[in-house]
Design a protein around this ligand. Sequence first.
Ligand code: HEC
Length: 111
Amino acid sequence: MCIRDRSNCLACHQANGEGIPNAFPPLAKSDFLNADHNRAIDILLHGRSGPITVNGKTYDSVMPAIALNNEQIANALTYVLNSFGNNGGQVTPAQVEKQRKATPAKADDHG
Ligand code: HEC
């Protein structure tokens, strides 16, 4: 199951986590990812679109929400955080559940 979770990500972000210039931002040594784990959880829960700057480069694309449960999201992010030269760390299913409740829908105008 874990392997499938990862390939969910790496289809776009590439097997080496380096992404594709102008299309998919890198997960490898991503300053954006390492800076804020909860923000990364939100992206998996709700997707993301619009301009984003990762490691000094701007991307403007669309990531769809990934239909994974709390455990799968925790596993996928923990894997990514401990791969590709990232800073390490752990995301737990409880943390994902908390974010899920904190940000129920993308259309919500909580900012
Ligand atoms: C269909 C392609 C696609 C898939 C699948 C995908 N992503 Fe993304 N991801 C993107 C795109 C495109 C962006 C940038 C969105 C934007 O421009 O706002 C992004 C942005 C991100 C970011 C924030 C920027 C960065 O690089 O740090 C993270 C973190 C991330 N994705 C993690 C994941 C993880 C983890 C998975 C698997 C569970 C995943 N993505 C699956 C396309 C994808």
